[in-house]
Design a protein around this ligand. Structure first.
Ligand SMILES: C[S@@+](CC[C@H](N)C(=O)[O-])C[C@H]1O[C@@H](n2cnc3c(N)ncnc32)[C@H](O)[C@@H]1O
Length: 219
């Protein structure tokens, strides 16, 4: 605000100053509105569903903060636009197929495909919890794009992008998952690993962002 208060004298600057102040005053309200909508969506996503038996080494369903989720998608988009391997004659980058590991009932899959804002081809999500997947199929109408699977056995090779947010609470299990995922990932594919333990030190991966979450598998 101090920077804005110092913009005195020039009539254009004074009007810009007052517009900026008005805009800044709205920011907390906008944040509150987004948080309320996020909380409502989270309640709908889970409903009254019992997750079923989750192994002790796994996390239950803890939805990622939506701001972080969208930041990851914007970072991905910027990296794909800059990556010549993903060039497209008509689009900002060629469409990519994405899979979400441990998607719960599929809230993020639903959001990523709710508009044509992002250039996705297929967007799939899977989770170990059958009741959450069944609930998600009903409320998000995503059919077979949501399915039950175990991330330690899943084949990641067909996908251009894999997204996860810590399926495992146990660090050793999380490490084994990350190692297997990177091994199985196709060369040139991207991984968004929220809460990953090993990616910055993994020589099979190239960092694509400074936040320690977005990586590309080397060829
Ligand atoms: C921390 S939550 C992340 C939720 C969601 N991915 C997000 O980003 O909002 C972890 C999810 O991983 C799932 N999960 C745990 N172990 C799994 C496994 N072995 N295979 C597939 N999903 C698993 C849990 O059921 C839970 O829904």
């Amino acid at each position: 605000m101090e920077v804005i208060d110092n913009m005195v004298g020039d009539a254009n600057l004074v009007s810009t100053q007052s517009n900026l102040k008005e805009m800044i005053a709205f920011v907390p309200q906008i944040q509150d509105k987004l948080k309320i909508m996020e909380a409502a969506l989270n309640q709908i996503s889970v409903g009254k569903v019992e997750e079923g038996d989750v192994p002790e080494s796994s996390f239950g369903y803890i939805p990622i903060d939506l701001g972080d989720f969208f930041d990851s998608l914007f970072d991905l988009e910027a990296a794909l636009i800059a990556d010549s391997e993903f060039k497209d004659a008509d689009l900002a980058h060629r469409r990519v197929d994405l899979v979400e590991v441990g998607c719960g009932s599929g809230r993020n899959v639903f959001l990523a495909t709710a508009t044509d804002r992002f250039e996705f081809g297929k967007v799939h999500g899977f989770d170990l919890s059958a009741p959450l997947i069944e609930h998600g199929r009903q409320i998000f109408a995503k059919g077979k794009d949501l399915f039950v699977a175990d991330c330690m056995e899943f084949d990641y090779a067909p996908y251009d992008v894999v997204y996860f947010y810590r399926p495992f609470s146990d660090e050793a299990a999380q490490q084994r998952f990350e190692d297997r995922l990177v091994d199985n990932l196709s060369p040139g594919a991207y991984v968004i690993g929220c809460g990953n333990l090993s990616f910055p030190d993994d020589r099979r991966l190239l960092a694509k962002c400074e936040n320690g979450r977005l990586f590309k598998k080397l060829r």
